[in-house]
Design a binder for this molecule. Structure first.
Ligand code: PMP
Length: 360
């Protein structure tokens, strides 16, 4: 294939072209070292500079206060499903969870191995087509934390602004981090797999309030947050190349005006596609309630499977790929992370409108 496509994958996902070009230009000889970043020792000065710069750019982007540590870990967001309860469910062994999709259900499954889990809100009754409401009166005051998933990648719902909660909030932000501003101080822990808005798969970002990092002899060394906090994410060999790409992405987002600019663009992008779906005869959005709609993932479908397949085939022929929906929703899903250009959303919205005209 001689040209790039519009890649609507839910993750690993599209990366900014400028970042890929920069990485390509530095591939064989990084800063006159005669080596690629992949070949640098993680203890070298050049790599130390990369990870330090990555952290300081992320701190700037998210306005992360001093009393939070930033960790670059491996194991994906799925490892955090277990690390969070392992580290936080200590004395009272209680934690509260909001179930808003398959990923939060997986997080609950892991937490149940470590203690008493209470589900305070759940939207499984309608195949997660809305974000369940919750407030402070529903959480147990003696629970170690409340776990939420800010954006549900499969179902296309999100809740970025939280009600005031008295216990630490832990949020899985894998598919929404950096898509709009959030107040880090509202959270005890934020974690996110990199492969949507940050970089390649293999890096997981954890932003953790220092008082939640404690000694705990009963946890295997690698799974203790303290191990990684005390060693500046270099307890063992970190995913060096992924961290380098993340650094380039953070710098790129800063150059575009940071997360405020991202939010403005992301709102425009998702509106273009939702407007085309909502104004069509054929297509329906999985999430009807506008206030629950994700800016990042847009699941939609027609009620005829043959028509869905025709849409996917014709879209791919026009250079719009990876639009097939997750099997638990079916139909189509457009993931429009930060790196999806506005032109891709305009193209998809126009295509939805044309296809609707020709096939309804
Ligand atoms: N949480 C959410 C919201 C996700 O979308 C995903 C992956 N798509 C995960 C967790 C799991 O991430 P990983 O594959 O990095 O373990």
């Amino acid at each position: 294939m001689s040209k790039r496509v519009y890649n609507f994958s839910a993750g690993p996902a599209v990366l900014p072209e400028a970042v890929l070009e920069k990485a390509a230009s530095e591939m064989l000889n990084y800063r006159d070292s005669g080596m690629s970043v992949m070949e640098l020792s993680h203890r070298s000065g050049l790599f130390t500079e990369i990870i330090t710069d990555a952290e300081s750019s992320l701190r700037k982007l998210m306005n992360i206060p001093e009393q939070y540590k930033v960790l670059f870990l491996q194991g994906g967001a799925s490892t955090q499903f277990a690390m969070v309860p392992m580290n936080l469910m200590k004395e009272n062994k209680k934690a509260d969870y909001v179930i808003s999709g398959s990923w939060s259900k997986k997080a609950v499954k892991e937490a149940k191995s470590f203690g008493d889990v209470k589900i305070i809100a759940d939207s499984s009754d309608s195949n997660f087509s809305y974000f369940p409401e919750f407030d402070d009166s529903m959480v147990r005051n003696d629970a170690a934390y409340l776990h939420v998933t800010s954006n549900n990648t499969i179902y296309g719902t999100q809740k970025m602004a939280l009600p005031n909660i008295s216990i630490p909030v832990v949020s899985d932000m894998s598919s929404s981090i950096l898509s709009e501003p959030i107040n880090v101080e509202d959270y005890g822990i934020i974690y996110a797999g990199a492969q949507k808005n940050i970089g390649p798969a293999g890096v997981c970002i954890v932003i953790i309030r220092e008082d939640l990092i404690t000694e705990n002899e009963s946890i295997p060394t690698f799974f203790n947050y303290k191990t990684h906090a005390d060693n500046a994410s270099m307890f063992n060999t970190p995913p060096t190349y992924g961290i380098y790409i993340a650094k380039l992405v953070f710098e790129h987002v800063l150059s575009l005006g940071g997360v405020n600019a991202m939010e403005e663009i992301n709102r425009r992008k998702s509106k273009l596609i939702y407007d085309a779906i909502d104004h069509s005869n054929l297509f329906k959005a999985h999430v009807e309630n506008v206030k629950d709609r994700s800016l990042m993932n847009i699941p939609f479908f027609t009620d005829n499977e043959e028509v869905n397949q025709k849409f996917l085939k014709e879209a791919a022929a026009e250079g719009m790929v990876t639009l097939k929906g997750h099997r638990s929703v079916g139909g189509m899903r457009a993931s429009v992370y930060n790196a999806m250009p506005e032109s891709g959303c305009i193209r998809l919205a126009d295509f939805i409108t044309e296809f609707d005209r020709e096939n309804s």
